[in-house]
Design a protein around this ligand. Structure first.
Ligand code: GLN
Length: 312
């Protein structure tokens, strides 16, 4: 992959182009606090194994990572439960919206995959079991700080409270799963942890650094420590590719060709296996709830640098 000044100038050029575009998508207003975010932001950061980062635009402004947190909770839950996790959640694309309730009834309360809301709530429940909500949340936050080598990362309490007040659909999903025994803990505890980990605030730079272990066989390149087994990192990438953009996953694979995970805060984390971890942020979303310009920026980056996993 390109590196050094060539990489930096591509990232700067993409950020300038995206900043200037009038088509920005729509911010997620179903979480009131996110509805107030200015859609003119655009940030991008590409983290290489040696820890160098090519960054541009608003790459150092923190935003709500929302569903991107689900990649990291999945990593933690696999570490806790191993393959037993797959009894509680599937790994097939859903073909429906991230907050859809329809499949749960047919599939007896077992969500399609760990990245739709129902699946992520089940994953959070695995992390919570045996702990107090505060401890589980602390564990998730410590993990994010460790991965990005940055102890300053925090939770945006206003966003968490905003969702806690209005997250009726997620409450419905959690209660429904509870009726099938898929959720072990009191639903209000599981949802409390879920809403708070979705409300972790990070910049593109921090997020790109945090994703490096997925590009490097499960190893944290900074310390060389193993975050997760190589096989599991590979599989998380596979689920990101097939399910990371909900009902837009096919389109993302077609246009970008990288494992990726989006969040309704407008961020996307994309992995170039063996090479780099990329974070982009533009708050406006497309109809499937994925960052409109974030996807276009990654498509441009993949094309210009030739990093699609499907070939240049
Ligand atoms: N916290 C959000 C929700 O549960 C996450 C959704 C998303 O980012 N796609 O609705």
């Amino acid at each position: 992959m390109i590196a050094g000044p060539e990489l930096q100038s591509l990232v700067s050029e993409i950020a300038a182009d995206m900043r200037a575009r009038p088509d920005r998508g729509r911010v997620a207003d179903y979480i009131p606090e996110l509805g107030a975010v200015d859609p003119s932001y655009f940030g991008m950061a590409v983290a290489l194994p040696d820890g160098t980062v090519a960054a541009a635009g608003d790459a150092d402004t923190a935003f709500s990572i929302q569903s991107i947190s689900k990649v990291f909770t999945l990593t933690l839950a696999l570490g806790i439960a191993g393959d037993r996790l797959w009894k509680r959640v599937g790994r097939e694309p859903s073909g429906s919206a991230f907050n859809s309730i329809v499949q749960l009834e047919n599939e007896k309360g077992v969500p399609r995959n760990p990245f739709i809301n129902a699946g992520a709530i089940a994953v959070t429940d695995v992390i919570l079991s045996g702990h107090k909500p505060r401890e589980a949340l602390g564990e998730i936050l410590r993990f994010m700080r460790f991965l990005s080598d940055d102890p300053s990362i925090t939770i945006d309490k206003a966003v968490a409270e905003s969702e806690q007040r209005t997250g009726f659909r997620n409450m419905a999903l959690a209660n429904y799963m509870k009726s099938f025994g898929v959720i072990e803990n009191p639903v209000e505890f599981t949802l409390g942890v879920y809403f708070h980990h979705c409300a972790i605030a990070m910049s593109c730079r921090q997020l790109a650094l945090a994703g490096r272990f997925l590009a490097h066989s499960g190893r944290h390149p900074g310390t060389g420590l193993s975050v997760i087994q190589a096989e599991r990192a590979r599989r998380i990438n596979a689920i990101m590719l097939t399910c990371g953009h909900y009902d837009g996953s096919g389109e993302f694979a077609y246009r970008v060709g990288l494992p990726g995970k989006s969040g309704v805060g407008g961020g996307i984390l994309a992995i170039v296996p063996g090479q780099a971890s990329i974070a982009v942020w533009s708050p406006g979303l497309d109809a499937a709830g994925n960052s409109h310009l974030g996807r276009i920026a990654l498509e441009t980056f993949a094309k210009r640098s030739g990093v699609s996993i499907f070939g240049a």
